[in-house]
Design a binder for this molecule. Structure first.
Ligand SMILES: [Zn+2]
Ligand SMILES: [Zn+2]
Length: 409
């Protein structure tokens, strides 16, 4: 973490050894750290010099962690002070209470140093960690020709500083995501389903955390015709298409029908937009402080002059994704291939380049590759995207992420 920005951190814990140890760990990362043995002294220090982040133990003599949190959150001038509550209490209700009271994260003891450092880094940046689990569209294409980018279908995850996870789509990539989360206790996750085509929905039953008691998983998506999201998911697990029914889910599963709207999820704002694709397909924007992440697939950007296109759509989508740190978006085709697939609901390189450039996104991530595209083709598509952006004089950076690739936002 050599590039971590230095911040002022106040840490309070009545355990002297732990306090000193954590202080050393954080100072090693370049942060300025002040240590306190009790909350009263920390409150006095905040009045003199406001820190970027407070790390507080929950159980302490005198003012405890919740009392300290309340004192900080009662003062408007301290709104931008981030707070991590640390505790040996692993009850979900304690964690919920701390987050409700305004904590930015809840860290359960014991934890390893890497977990703390990553959490501090994500919180002070007001950021999140984006990971790809499947970047292909339409159909999984495993095999020797897709070893670098991976052959799974659409799935990406955005982990927030407090460990809660927003998952985009349930293509076959979600299986590896689920397996990677199986060690976590009391997982809190939300699945945002863009639309119910197979490559975005049919691997819901393979998301192993759904079967674990104690996990809380909400699934958001647009209803289709007269079918709710819940009916769509239950229909593919009705015993005919798949032998395990949703009645076997051990976790608490909550279904939410959404349309074009904005809502709060895990303390961040999520905005949705109807995309250019058959049926009701939603694009997502997650706002993280003054930054945003956009997940836009499946989506057809028609060529200029095509009378089948909504003339306002490109402008509306450009506004929606404007200024995003990362835009993950449908780049299914090369320009030369696209004329054969007009109205299939997917985009080609040159139109995606225009969208990303005109919206001023920092990075455009090529996503939802055609099943016929192997690693070599994805390399070529990335080169084509870079050339298209250069022609536009764009400062947008093009990336072709592969499975397992991680990006800090
Ligand atoms: Zn698709
Ligand atoms: Zn689709």
């Amino acid at each position: 973490m050599a590039d971590v920005e230095s911040r002022l951190i106040y840490l309070v814990d009545d355990d002297q050894d732990l306090r000193n140890l954590l202080g050393r760990v954080l100072r090693k990362d370049g942060h300025e750290v002040e240590l306190f043995s009790h909350a009263e002294a920390l409150v006095d220090a905040v009045r003199i010099r406001k820190p970027d982040l407070i790390i507080t133990d929950l159980m302490m003599p005198g003012i405890d962690g919740m009392g300290l949190l309340q004192q900080i959150r009662d003062v408007r001038a301290y709104d931008d002070v981030r707070v991590i509550v640390v505790s040996a209490k692993s009850w979900e209700s304690d964690r919920e209470a701390a987050l409700q009271a305004g904590a930015d994260a809840y860290l359960i003891k014991p934890f390893d140093h890497a977990t703390l450092r990553k959490m501090v880094d994500t919180i002070v940046r007001n950021g999140a960690t984006l990971t790809y689990w499947g970047v292909h569209g339409t159909l999984p294409v495993p095999g020797p020709r897709t070893t670098r980018y991976g052959g799974n279908t659409s799935c990406a995850s955005l982990e927030l500083a407090d460990g809660r996870i927003i998952v985009f789509d349930a293509g076959s990539g979600i299986r590896n995501l689920g397996n990677s989360l199986m060690g976590r206790q009391s997982l809190v996750a939300a699945l945002l389903i863009s639309h119910p085509h197979w490559d975005h929905l049919n691997s819901v039953p393979f998301f192993a955390p759904l079967y674990v008691p104690g996990n809380q998983i909400s699934i958001y998506g647009a209803p289709q015709r007269d079918q709710t999201l819940r009916q769509l998911i239950e229909a593919q697990m009705d015993g005919v298409f798949f032998p395990i029914t949703p009645g076997r889910f051990g976790s608490s599963v909550h279904y939410v029908d959404i349309r074009e709207e904005s809502f709060e999820l895990f303390g961040v704002q999520v905005h949705t937009m109807h995309l250019s694709h058959p049926g009701a397909c939603l694009g997502f924007k997650v706002v993280l402080g003054d930054k945003s992440y956009c997940y836009i697939t499946d989506n057809e950007l028609f060529l200029p002059g095509d009378t089948r296109a909504d003339p306002h759509y490109m402008d509306q989508l450009t506004d929606f994704v404007r200024g995003a740190e990362i835009l993950t978006t449908d780049t299914t085709y090369f320009d030369e291939e696209y004329p054969k697939f007009v109205t299939w609901g997917h985009s080609c390189v040159s139109e995606v380049a225009k969208l990303a450039h005109h919206a001023g996104v920092k990075q455009v991530h090529l996503f939802h590759h055609d099943p016929s595209h192997d690693d070599e083709k994805v390399d070529l598509k990335l080169e084509a995207m870079k050339a298209a952006l250069e022609t536009l004089g764009s400062s947008t950076v093009a990336v072709a992420p592969g499975e397992g690739d991680v990006f800090e936002i």
